[in-house]
Design a protein around this ligand. Structure first.
Ligand code: DLL
Length: 439
């Protein structure tokens, strides 16, 4: 039987047509939120925002924001805009730092979610001839099923390995001829390193054309290393549980920013301290309004993620605007003696030293004067002779000096043996903030 083919290509619509879709969709979304979700009724009324008179996208900036805390306060079903009988599937954020946030989907929501992820597969040149191995975790996390539905939607064959069982994962990659790997970038690195340890050269023995990696920030240098080790193209995919999971934006082969799925998500960049909308090109916090999400629409959701809208058109021909690769979240930003630094920037500088592997953690603590002390703990590569006299100290000093030149921050560097930092099959834990621990 012929595999499913998707219909019209939404990624090539003229931009004024996309804006028309956004206007019509958001008009309905505002009214549906106001009439069906008591939280929005109160917050619009309190802000004096009239959803019925909305007639231009620029007016959205006068609507109030919604935050993760608002979603938590309305746990579990307070943000539903449809009757439960219309809900087909529910996902949740991990909730490790508080009450989980709930994301529900109608049939329509599931369809467009699949389509958004499938855009990434198509950007990678994928389709019915591809085998997509999904090594994101299946379950409440949106990565596994989002990639799964996307692969089916693109017409490809899907192998739902889920995260973990890395040796089996590697055998499947080699034996089944998987051409697209979907997982977090840190897990892709773990797969590559483990394969090499097993005596399998993934660049030679895997058949990958692309990796669709997201759910955590990763530097350009880490991307380059993945591409070298796995002999494929890495495309970055972005999304979050609160807006329906992966597929809000995804890179094309130009690797020059992530195309928003603007027919489903309206993006604004704001100054996180004032809430003011920033002009195109400026870095700030991404705020998302869902255009047509039925079960859990969000109006001006503050993602806390830092990016910018990239001005201009993309050579790939996709007409949807791009966001830049994410540096990190406002919550992850380190302020070291007044200088703002994201962990991925530290990673980028660290990765310019080929003696150092991709496994690192950043420890933040305070000294007796309450000043922040940041230590980069990073593994050396297996070939590096950790015992040779003075070599480690020399390298540590060099890395530290380069951090100072490139990022203007003082970072202590502690190099450790290979495999001494815990591996993760999902999102890697890069920052250990000891300041937040009660001693
Ligand atoms: O991480 C959804 C996802 C799954 C995205 C698979 C991509 C691939 P959450 O667990 O709710 O959802 O976490 C969302 O992860 O606010 C960002 O801070 C971060 N994040 C997601 N994608 C990227 C990315 C999924 N490409 C939070 N680059 C978001 C950097 C990312 N950070």
């Amino acid at each position: 039987m012929a595999k499913e083919q998707t219909g019209q290509d939404a990624t090539r619509l003229p931009h004024d047509q996309i804006e028309q879709i956004q206007l019509e969709g958001i008009k309905k979304t505002l009214v549906r939120c106001y009439e069906n979700i008591p939280f929005y009724k109160k917050s619009f009324d309190d802000a004096g925002f009239d959803p019925y008179s909305f007639s231009d996208l620029s007016e959205l900036s006068s609507a109030p924001f919604v935050t993760k805390q608002d979603l938590r306060d309305n746990y579990p079903y307070g943000m539903l805009a449809v009757p439960m009988s219309d809900v087909r599937e529910i996902h949740m954020s991990s909730g490790t730092t508080g009450i989980a946030t709930v994301g529900a989907y109608t049939n329509y929501d599931l369809d467009f979610w699949a389509d958004c992820f499938a855009r990434g597969i198509k950007f990678a040149g994928g389709g019915p001839d591809d085998i997509v191995q999904v090594a994101y975790g299946y379950g409440l996390f949106t990565g596994g099923l989002g990639a799964h539905y996307g692969a089916i939607h693109s017409g490809a064959t899907v192998i739902p390995t889920s995260a973990g069982n890395t040796e089996r994962q590697i055998r499947i990659l080699r034996d089944m001829g998987s051409t697209i790997l979907c997982c977090t970038p840190s897990y892709a690195m773990h797969i590559a390193d483990t394969a090499l340890e097993m005596g399998i050269d993934p660049a030679e023995e895997f058949h990958l054309r692309a990796g669709i990696h997201g759910a955590e920030p990763f530097s350009d240098n880490l991307r380059a290393e993945l591409e070298r080790k796995l002999n494929y193209k890495v495309l970055d995919i972005y999304g979050l549980t609160e807006t329906g999971g992966p597929g809000v934006a995804v890179e094309c082969l130009e690797q020059n920013g992530l195309h928003l799925a603007e027919d489903h998500f309206f993006a604004e960049i704001i100054d996180p301290s004032t809430g003011e909308v920033l002009p195109e090109g400026e870095w700030g916090e991404l705020v998302i309004t869902t255009v047509d999400r039925e079960a859990c629409p969000v109006v001006r959701y503050r993602t806390r993620d830092i990016t910018r809208i990239i001005p201009g058109d993309c050579a790939c021909g996709c007409t949807h605007r791009r966001i830049d690769r994410l540096h990190g979240r406002t919550d992850d930003m380190l302020i070291i003696r007044g200088v703002n630094v994201f962990p991925s920037q530290i990673e980028d500088v660290m990765k310019t030293f080929n003696q150092v592997s991709s496994w690192y953690q950043i420890e933040v603590d305070t000294d007796e004067r309450s000043l922040d002390i940041v230590t980069l703990k990073a593994e050396v590569n297996p070939g590096f002779d950790i015992d040779s006299t003075g070599a480690i100290e020399r390298l540590q000093r060099q890395i530290s000096a380069r951090m100072k030149t490139e990022l203007s921050v003082g970072i202590k560097v502690r190099l450790v043996e290979p495999k001494s930092i815990q591996r993760s099959t999902g999102k890697a834990k890069r920052v250990i903030d000891k300041r937040r621990t009660i001693k």
